[in-house]
Design a protein around this ligand. Structure first.
Ligand code: FAD
Ligand code: DHB
Length: 391
């Protein structure tokens, strides 16, 4: 088989790339190791940046988002006895939307399905070949056990942090940067109306807590826990008690309403960047090239920003043989990658607590400044609501 762009990974990066390429008149084939149902059900990100929403709108993917998503003006930042609202619209003229990655994924799959996009689910043994030639290829075993080779003009590695694309860049060519953090998140999904109108990010001596949401009737909450925590250590009652205490139940009349927990998992936290994001005819996008810790909600948005740069670059390369944007892709993408890597690290280290009393004092001072100074608040708002694409 042949195609113009072979896309590895049917997550948000891969599916959005196939959509944008089709808009530009470029055909693609998508490969995915998991089943369509598995990819659709993975509970992950929940917050879309201003420019992510603008992009989805501009390519006709925001109808359900506009109907069912919830636009937020900002967030609450809090520590014991104090809660401050940061209004991003007032501070930087931009907002964010609550709309789950599961929903973005469903909208992408529906739009690609309607357009007849070829997606091979449940493939195995994916291997990349001849990336330094102008006819790279990918081999894989199809769901029915047949070995297939697809030759393309370019290969897009959108296969997340465990896929083979990242490692297909030779050791002598790639540089990597990594930071692991001494804590994880316990995340829950609960069938209960959110106890807040906008997200609450809470610093607390017992550990960070976050009150997020998915809809008017579904809440998403997180607790900082030590690395290696077995999920079974946390009964539903223990989770709600810790959330109530860290989020300030009872303070100034605020109450956290518990409800039935429908999903519970522990997520490790890590920063990782690999450069360059291009090797020959292989182009990396999304988690395949970089991981951020979740604090600050950048992972999905960064994948979208990569693809917004990559699609026109591949279209020019494939359609017109013009490599200028493709040659600029890695450097252009990495500017935003490092901005988001810094912001995610900054939010993470400002909000997670450990046993060093000096660190705790610095965090409290920084939180006070960010929450009460116009300059401090604008810095957070500009990064959280997201810089314009191509900043
Ligand atoms: P992915 O969504 O990982 O998609 C990659 C796809 O490639 C997957 O479907 C995978 O199955 C497939 N694949 C892997 N190997 C192969 C192969 N060999 N061949 C073909 N396909 C392959 N971000 C936030 O902003 N907020 C959050 O709360 C949040 N929570 C998260 C929780 C978890 C558990 C994880 C893992 C991530 C979370 N993220 C969160 C990050 C966010 O979900 C990712 O940044 C986003 O999914 C990136 O999209 P992607 O398409 O690049 O990668
Ligand atoms: C969510 C996750 C985040 O990491 C974050 O900063 C905000 C919200 C969420 O899953 O809703």
């Amino acid at each position: 088989e042949t195609t113009q762009v072979l896309i590895i990974g049917a997550g948000p990066a891969g599916m959005l790339l196939s959509h944008l390429l089709a808009d530009a008149g470029v055909e693609s084939i998508v490969l995915e190791t998991r089943s369509e149902e598995y990819v659709a059900a993975r509970i992950r990100a929940g917050i879309l940046e201003h420019s992510t929403v603008d992009l989805l709108r501009s390519v006709g993917l925001a109808d359900r988002l506009e109907r069912e998503g919830d636009e937020h003006r900002g967030i609450y930042l809090q520590w014991p006895h104090e809660r401050h609202h940061l209004d991003f619209v007032d501070l930087v003229g931009r907002s964010v939307w609550v709309y789950g990655q599961t929903e973005v994924q469903k909208d992408l799959v529906a739009a690609r399905g309607a357009a007849g996009q070829v997606v091979h689910y449940e493939v195995d043994d994916v291997a990349l070949h001849d990336l330094e030639s102008d006819r790279p290829s990918v081999t894989f075993t199809d769901a029915d056990g047949t070995t297939v080779r697809v030759t393309a003009t370019a290969v897009a590695g959108c296969d997340g942090s465990f896929g083979p694309s990242r490692a297909a860049v030779p050791d002598g060519v790639r540089s990597t940067w990594e930071r692991t953090y001494p804590y994880s998140w316990l995340g829950i999904l609960a069938d209960v109306a959110p106890s807040t109108d906008e997200l609450i990010y809470a610093w607390h001596p017992d550990g960070f807590a976050l009150h997020s949401m998915r809809s008017e009737s579904v809440s998403r909450l997180y607790l900082q826990v030590p690395n290696g925590t077995p999920v079974d250590d946390w009964s539903d009652d223990r989770i709600w008690d810790a959330l109530a205490s860290r989020l300030g139940h009872g303070q100034d009349g605020w109450e956290l309403t518990p409800g039935p927990i429908t999903d519970k998992s522990v997520l490790p936290m890590r920063s990782y960047v690999q450069a360059p994001m291009r090797h020959g005819r292989l182009f990396l996008a999304g988690d395949a090239a970089h991981i951020v810790p979740p604090t600050g909600a950048k992972g999905l948005n960064l994948a979208v920003a990569d693809v917004a740069l990559l699609a026109p670059a591949l279209a020019a390369l494939v359609r017109d043989g013009d490599a200028r944007l493709a040659d600029a892709y890695s450097d252009d993408a990495l500017r935003r990658v490092w901005r988001c890597t810094h912001f995610s690290w900054w939010m993470t280290t400002m909000l997670h607590t450990g046993d060093d009393p000096f660190d705790a004092q610095l965090q409290r001072s920084q939180l006070q400044w960010v929450a009460t100074s116009q300059a401090g608040a604008q810095g957070l708002a500009e990064n959280y609501a997201g810089l314009p694409l191509g900043f």
